[in-house]
Design a protein around this ligand. Structure first.
Ligand code: NAD
Ligand code: WQD
Length: 339
């Protein structure tokens, strides 16, 4: 059983990846400082897996503490690095915190990994690196654009850092960069899911909280874009499908099948949906009518982006399986467990 260190493994995507890794026969070990997650996630994992997942309450930016984890665990075959701050708006208010945490924790990890002979890394990147693309869908070869937020810039900087470090002859790092599109939904068991702290920024938790009566209504940010119904287009991927992409990426690294020092993959469904389509699909999936109105555009939103998912399919053999409807049904089921 190969041991995989999962930084940010108590978070939304990381916790789902821990489940898929364990069910695929890996031994996930979580490193999380719980800056944006709750210890109750561990009970959810235990309920799904029937056993405890080891968890180190450690900040990845703390090199000595991280060394302690590598030393204690021994024989780590690879790392999946989810740990980061992810709120676009907050990154504009607190850019230093974002550069410090997101870039700093990657630097620390890259420093510590070779000390313990660990060469395999999967890094959480984002479709945000494409900015507002000139053509759709975006392939991995689509040029990145200047980031529209400090958060987006941290992802671009981290990608650059990984390329430089992997390219250095003194280093044996092999990395798969996964560029996620818009993850939504929750595990079918509804034992784990997204736990937004405070008012959600993302569409789906805002929808489910509105349907649950926690928010009065959803404001759709603009309906005058050049899209089929005027609202933004995004590529919404079920979080369990996204989690499974990490399992195949890890397997590829451990099998030494990755030809380059760094490989990049879009992880999306390959389909775009408008905000209104998501609202309608949610209403259908939940049987709830959603209170919503059209408001002004949100600054920084790109009109439309969705993935060309061909490379992940042909190279990794990865294909999403869950429909938008089922993804939204899982999000609603999870919301109902939260009350
Ligand atoms: P999340 O906030 O739910 O999970 C991140 C986890 O990392 C949290 O549990 C948090 O406590 C932990 N963490 C943060 N900084 C840490 C540090 N220095 N040391 C240890 N733990 C730390 O976020 P998520 O949605 O699961 O995102 C995971 C990754 O995926 C992030 O890198 C994010 O930027 C990236 N990503 C997310 C999305 C999205 O829409 N959710 C899209 C693209 C990329
Ligand atoms: C989706 C759509 C909004 C809330 C963000 C990050 C991106 C990546 C994924 C990390 C947009 C609309 C939303 C609401 C709305 N994360 N919306 N009313 O902006 O596509 O991407 O998460 O890497 O970097 O920017 O996701 O969920 O915020 O918005 O109308 O109350 O829903 O305008 O079109 P986004 P989102």
């Amino acid at each position: 059983m190969s041991k995989i260190l999962v930084t940010g493994g108590a978070g939304y995507i990381g916790s789902h990846a821990v489940v898929e890794l364990a069910q695929a026969g890996y031994e996930p070990v979580i490193v999380d400082d719980f800056s944006n997650s709750k210890e109750s996630v561990l009970a959810g994992l235990r309920a799904i897996l029937g056993r405890d997942v080891p968890c180190h309450h450690v900040d990845c930016g703390d090199a000595e503490a991280l060394r302690g984890v590598f030393r204690q665990e021994g024989n780590i075959a690879g790392v999946i690095h989810f740990a980061a701050f992810k709120a676009v708006g907050e990154s504009v208010q607190k850019p230093l915190a974002y550069f410090h945490n997101n870039v700093g924790s990657l630097l620390t990890l890259l420093q510590v990994m070779p000390e313990f002979g660990v060469e395999n890394l999967v890094f959480s990147s984002s479709c945000t690196v494409y900015g507002n693309p000139d053509a759709l869908p975006v392939t991995e070869a689509t040029p990145t654009k200047p980031a529209t937020s400090p958060y987006g810039r941290t992802k671009q900087m981290c990608e650059d850092i990984v390329h430089d470090v992997s390219g250095a002859s003194s280093n044996k790092l092999r990395t798969i960069l996964l560029r996620y599109f818009n993850p939504i939904g929750a595990h079918a068991s509804a034992k784990i899911g997204e736990l937004p702290l405070g008012t959600p920024n993302n569409l789906v938790p805002f929808i489910t909280q509105t349907a649950a009566g926690i928010r009065e209504k959803l404001t759709i940010f603009g309906d005058d874009y050049a899209t089929p119904d005027g609202t933004n287009v995004r590529d919404y991927i079920h979080v369990v499908d996204l989690a499974k992409a990490h399992v195949v990426a890890v397997q590829r690294l451990l099998d030494r099948k990755a030809p380059d020092t760094v490989e990049t993959f879009n992880v999306g469904t390959g389909h775009g949906n408008t905000v209104l389509e998501v609202v309608q699909a949610f209403e259908q999936a939940s049987g709830q009518q959603l209170n919503y109105s059209i408001g002004p555009r949100r600054p920084g939103d790109v009109p439309a982006i969705y993935a060309d998912a061909t490379k992940a399919e042909t190279v990794l053999g990865f294909k999403t399986e869950t429909s938008l409807l089922d993804s939204l049904a899982s999000a609603w089921k999870w919301q109902q467990t939260l009350g």
